[in-house]
Design a protein around this ligand. Structure first.
Ligand code: GLN
Length: 214
């Protein structure tokens, strides 16, 4: 089983730990560089991206984390985590840091200031077993994405969705996965299992490279 970290500076860390374990991984909370170097992949939880951004600086994790992501470490960001991974943020704070890795522009608090939370069943590409129940909490959406990014889910066209209908809410770019919603809150581990799978395949690839060199 791969060892997957959950960035534990702020946000819904426990829920991701539980979902990763349900998804077939071992989980480690990550607050320092030594812990970051130990993991095969990392989850950036939901919470508040501006706070996490500030704490990443305080805990001196910004540079090491950017380096590992650039180096191809599988990374999954949910909600605030998606915001951190985006190359660019609309309606963010001018001083908030981006980790990069996801060639998208996200809009923070995109569902509207009045809409604190919104739930909808969404079809998710690459996840079997029917639609996922998606919980959005002051969530971002992906305003635009580069051709290198695969769209995995959009807000369905329902009356409740209103202006959010059709918006991109889950994406993947290589080993980087992001959702605007919180699968860790619903007791459905399918998205985490997908991420564990991405981590496992990545590890296999590394081993193959080593084997062929040896
Ligand atoms: N609105 C939060 C932010 O800007 C994200 C909310 C969440 O993670 N549930 O970071």
């Amino acid at each position: 089983r791969p060892l997957i970290g959950v960035l534990a500076l702020q946000g819904d860390v426990r829920e991701h730990v539980a979902a990763l374990e349900a998804g077939g991984a071992r989980a480690l909370t990550v607050r320092r560089e030594s812990e970051l170097s130990a993991v095969d992949g990392l989850v950036l939880p939901g919470g508040e991206s501006t706070t996490m951004s500030r704490l990443l600086e305080t805990f001196e994790l910004l540079a090491p984390l950017r380096a590992r992501i650039a180096d191809g470490m599988p990374t999954y960001g949910s909600c605030a985590g998606m915001i951190l991974l985006a190359e660019k943020v609309l309606d963010g704070r001018p001083d908030q840091h981006q980790l990069g890795g996801l060639d998208v522009i996200v809009r923070r608090n995109a569902f509207g200031r009045q809409v604190d939370s919104f739930e909808e069943d969404v079809d998710f590409d690459g996840v079997d077993g029917g639609p996922l129940h998606a919980v959005f909490i002051r969530a971002p959406w992906v305003e635009s994405s580069s051709p290198r990014v695969t769209v995995l889910a959009r807000v369905p066209e329902t009356p409740a969705a209103g202006a959010a209908a059709g918006r991109i809410v889950a994406v993947r770019q290589g080993t980087v996965l992001a959702t605007a919603f919180h699968p860790e809150l619903t007791g459905d581990a399918r998205v985490h299992r997908l991420f564990v799978d991405i981590v496992n395949r990545n590890g296999d690839g590394e081993r193959k490279t080593t084997d062929s060199q040896g």
